[in-house]
Write a protein that binds this ligand. Structure first.
Ligand code: DTR
Ligand code: CA
Ligand code: ZN
Ligand code: ZN
Length: 317
């Protein structure tokens, strides 16, 4: 679901304009001056996102069925993501912590370049609950953020701001990894983060399209993306403060994100607006053993993966 600047009806002229817009500046023939322009976000291939989900599923299956904090499945998930990022030219850092007597890890990946005093950060928790593989919660966010980071590398994107990506450990134990990270950030580093975008459950099988109503600029960015697809969104209300954006928000960092719903039932008004099944949970496999690769709505995953890229591009230039 590419949302190109000229609109989705791709005429030859629109394609030509889109091509021009990917350059850093265009000269205006009339005045001879140059106007700064914005690079269009790429269409994230949902097949690539799904391939990462298959890998996370295989990792869980080979390690007792889950990717929970302190397990071999968690560490293997982290190594998988880190390997892809290292090969793509990221500077990666593994941050270790202890929770409930077990070692946990956050993975931080910096894309070299951009203004170090203006950081745009995107993150997802990588741990599952112990009951299952955690493919919607939260392989979905983890894979979409990974594929967006890989798209940055493929395009050799040179944003004005500095891009950072994160995969958090032990979210399911109470936002442990992200809280540890924020607590250990020096104040000077914290204030450089101009926005933190969170992606936790973005491919629910009976999806809703929820946008966090936190920072107005970030919220507007996601709403614009959905407006371009003609999809009405709703503010995220299923337990505000229940994911890794909360420690950032509490530290004064502007936050935002999207979410497709957990155990709350879809109303009939929502089913009319978004399709799917009224009276049924957005994710009937939430925190269950059936949260496997079968527990993903491809359309929602595709739209939200593209929303990640749209926001990362849009907020970094
Ligand atoms: N943090 C969740 C599920 C969850 C519930 N409400 C929200 C709102 C926004 C993102 C996520 C969630 C979990 O990992 O279980
Ligand atoms: Ca896509
Ligand atoms: Zn969860
Ligand atoms: Zn989650």
């Amino acid at each position: 679901m590419r949302l190109s600047v000229p609109g989705r009806g791709a005429t030859a002229a629109a394609i030509a304009v889109a091509a021009l817009l990917t350059t850093s500046a265009i000269s205006t023939a009339a005045t001879g001056t140059t106007a700064p322009t914005r690079a269009a976000a790429p269409d994230i291939p949902v097949a690539n996102v799904k391939a990462h989900l298959s890998q996370l599923q295989s990792i869980a299956s080979a390690n007792g069925g889950n990717r929970a904090h302190g397990s071999a499945g968690y560490k293997a998930s982290l190594d998988y993501i880190k390997g892809k990022l290292d090969a793509a030219g990221y500077t990666t850092t593994v941050q270790q912590f202890t929770s409930s007597g077990r070692t946990g890890y956050n993975l931080i990946a910096d894309w070299p370049g951009g203004d170090p005093n203006q950081v745009v950060m995107s993150g997802s928790h990588l741990d599952s609950v112990s009951r299952g593989a955690g493919i919607n919660d939260n392989g979905s966010g983890s894979a979409a953020v990974l594929e967006t980071a890989l798209a940055v590398s493929r395009e050799q994107y040179k944003p004005t701001k500095h891009l950072r990506f994160a995969w958090w450990g032990a979210e399911e134990l109470g936002l442990v990894g992200s809280s540890y990270h924020v607590r250990n950030l020096p104040a000077a580093e914290r204030t450089k983060i101009k926005g933190y975008l969170n992606f936790d459950m973005i491919g629910s099988p009976n999806p809703g399209y929820f946008v966090y109503d936190d920072d107005p600029t970030i919220e507007r960015t996601f709403k614009n993306y959905y407006a371009g697809l003609n999809i009405g969104t709703e503010p995220e209300r299923e337990g505000d403060g229940r994911s890794d954006h909360t420690p950032f928000k509490n530290a004064g960092v502007p936050v935002g994100g999207v979410f497709t719903g957990a155990s709350t039932a879809k109303t009939s008004a929502q089913a009319q607006k978004w399709g799917g099944t009224a009276g049924q949970a957005f994710d009937r496999c939430y925190h269950s053993s059936c949260d496997t690769t079968a527990n993903i709505n491809n359309t929602a995953l595709d739209r939200n993966s593209d929303a990640v890229a749209y926001a990362v591009w849009g907020l970094s230039q």
